[in-house]
Ligand binder design. Structure first.
Ligand SMILES: NC(=O)C1=CN([C@@H]2O[C@H](COP(=O)(O)OP(=O)(O)OC[C@H]3O[C@@H](n4cnc5c(N)ncnc54)[C@H](OP(=O)(O)O)[C@@H]3O)[C@@H](O)[C@H]2O)[C@@H](O)CC1
Ligand SMILES: Nc1ncnc2c1ncn2[C@@H]1O[C@H](COP(=O)(O)OP(=O)(O)O)[C@@H](O)[C@H]1O
Length: 501
């Protein structure tokens, strides 16, 4: 399982490696991974390595030695080496004939223009902002060189980014490729920080998997692992067992939201989908059942317990009275997705363990009583806080989305920036309700539904790019399911088939 790991987690693993006498070997492997990646991605010209005083600089010295053995012309500019393993690898670099010159802005400006690649090993997970003035000029010169076309490979993290945050501190470097170790740092996944890192390659390093897992902030399940959570049907399945789903949403002006959720539910395999609304919802697919109610609340609450659905999604375009209606639906205890207008702070404490809450950062800020920028700065912390407040499973939407549940955090892969368009979240709510209706628990539905939706977005983006619409994504859900299934086990070997009544 690929993991998300911050600097504190990496240091804890380091401590175990050190105690086992293995830290030197791990740095060797990390530096070698950097050299191999630099040589593969930027095979021409001299390699210029910048080594800081910490272990990030030690990785750069190891990489320099391996690049030399790969036949590259190599130059190293370094700060004074403070970390013992950095000093050791500086000596090893000298032992193979390598020369190290002192790093400063002027030295970098002299050496950089002719380089085929610059390897940035100045600051990794040990950096704490603000950047000291002595390094600010060096990083500015590095960024300037990169803007003039010399590619930069960052070791573990571009220098000056804070490992666990999505924001970019003043003066931080950028990179074209980042080779990171053991687990993806949050800064490489989220927001403007991730945009600074260029392409990211994970070098897992040969470290016991459970040492990394024990320190991980979040999982990043593979498609095969997601596929194992999807429901499996027997050949005798019929619409009554594939889940009766209700969509409760729509208001004059936002009726499409409820329709899109309905389409999402149908395309994610729900047996029967009914949209209940106080407004006239367009019939986006003839397979949808659409009911307009003069008094929506009375109509829903008058339903006898035996007539209630297997799952509900509530809130999409529902308008001002959404919280009151959602509270009453929650009291039914049926699996429920809460989205959009139903994401109100007064519902904290009203949920149950079969709820999935799906805020985007603005709604998350409303639920937590903070600004959206506080949410996007540290999405993992925000998702954890939302789960503590709401329970069930929480999907903090974005590119990528974070799922928080009782078992921990999970970061979804993929999706596409074309998905930044209205109605995309409504479709997701329908998908999640469909999976709940097919008897998945909240955590499984959230992890699988988010990836299914993102995969459908990737497929649709291949045709529509930034012109992607939520309807296009819904049309690709079947194909996305097939893609995930193909990545997983064949159905007859399914580890955990979902039992239908
Ligand atoms: N298990 C793993 O993951 C493995 C991790 N490995 C590697 O270890 C790296 C972490 O190494 P680390 O902990 O030594 O810290 P690192 O990033 O080199 O930074 C420390 C340096 O930064 C400096 N500095 C700090 N703040 C500053 C500021 N504001 N402004 C200016 N300078 C500042 C600080 O200066 P000082 O305070 O000493 O003067 C010190 O010199 C990690 O990213 C990965 O590359 C691999 O070897 C393989 C195994
Ligand atoms: N850049 C992106 N990369 C991947 N997924 C994205 C991106 N932008 C948006 N999405 C996805 O699109 C959906 C948008 O949801 P939301 O903001 O609630 O839309 P709406 O309220 O218009 O329905 C979320 O599932 C989100 O993860």
């Amino acid at each position: 399982m690929p993991w998300v790991l911050d600097g504190a987690g990496a240091r804890a693993v380091d401590a175990r490696l050190e105690a086992a006498g293995l830290l030197d070997l791990t740095m060797e492997e990390a530096g070698r991974a950097v050299a191999d990646a630099a040589h593969a991605a930027f095979p021409h010209g001299a390699a210029l390595l910048l080594a800081g005083g910490g272990a990030n600089g030690g990785d750069a010295f190891v990489a320099a030695r391996h690049l030399l053995t790969l036949g590259r012309e190599v130059q190293v500019l370094a700060l004074p080496s403070r970390h013992p393993l950095t000093r050791l690898n500086r000596r090893r670099w000298r032992a193979v004939g390598g020369v190290t010159r002192a790093l400063g802005e002027a030295a970098l400006k002299r050496a950089a223009p002719g380089a085929g690649v610059i390897v940035d090993g100045l600051l990794g997970t040990g950096f704490r902002p603000p950047l000291r003035p002595a390094l600010a000029g060096v990083l500015a010169a590095l960024n300037g060189t990169r803007e003039r076309g010399v590619p930069v490979l960052a070791v573990d993290l571009p220098s000056g980014l804070t490992d666990s945050l999505a924001t970019v501190p003043d003066g931080a470097a950028g990179a074209d490729l980042t080779v990171t170790f053991m687990g993806l740092k949050p800064a490489l996944l989220f927001g403007p920080a991730a945009a600074r890192a260029g392409q990211v390659q994970l070098a897992p390093l040969r470290v016991p998997g459970d040492w990394v897992a024990a320190q991980a902030l979040a999982a990043q399940p593979t498609d095969a692992q997601v596929a194992a959570r999807l429901p499996v049907r027997g050949a005798d399945a019929h619409k009554g067992v594939a889940g009766r789903v209700w969509i409760v949403g729509g208001h004059p002006g936002t009726v499409g939201a409820a329709g899109l959720a309905g389409v999402g539910a149908l395309r994610a395999g729900a047996g029967l989908v009914t949209v209940h609304s106080a407004a006239e919802v367009p019939l986006l697919m003839p397979e949808l059942m659409v009911h307009r109610h003069a008094d929506l609340r009375a109509a829903l609450l008058g339903t006898p317990a035996s007539g209630r659905p297997d799952a509900v999604a509530v809130g999409m375009g529902l308008g001002p009275d959404a919280a009151a209606l959602a509270r009453e639906i929650l009291a039914w205890g049926v699996p429920t997705v809460l989205d959009a207008d139903a994401l109100q702070p007064e519902l904290a404490g009203c949920g149950h363990d079969r709820c999935v809450w799906t805020p985007h950062p603005g709604e998350a800020g409303r639920l937590l009583g903070c600004a959206a920028a506080d949410v996007t700065r540290d999405p993992l912390a925000a998702a954890r806080a939302l789960h503590a407040r709401l329970g069930g499973a929480v999907v903090l939407k974005g590119g990528p989305s974070v799922v928080a549940h009782a078992g921990g955090l999970s970061v979804s892969r993929g999706g596409h920036p074309g998905m930044a368009s209205g109605g995309m979240g409504d479709t997701l709510s329908g998908v999640l309700a469909a999976l709940l209706g097919q008897r998945l628990g909240a955590a499984d539905a959230a992890v699988a539904g988010v990836r299914l939706h993102a995969r459908a977005g990737e497929r649709a983006a291949a045709r529509h790019g930034y012109g992607l619409s939520a309807s296009d994504v819904a049309q690709e859900l079947g194909g996305a399911w097939r893609d995930l299934g193909a990545a997983g086990l064949p159905p007859h070997m399914h580890p955990r088939g979902v039992k239908f009544p």
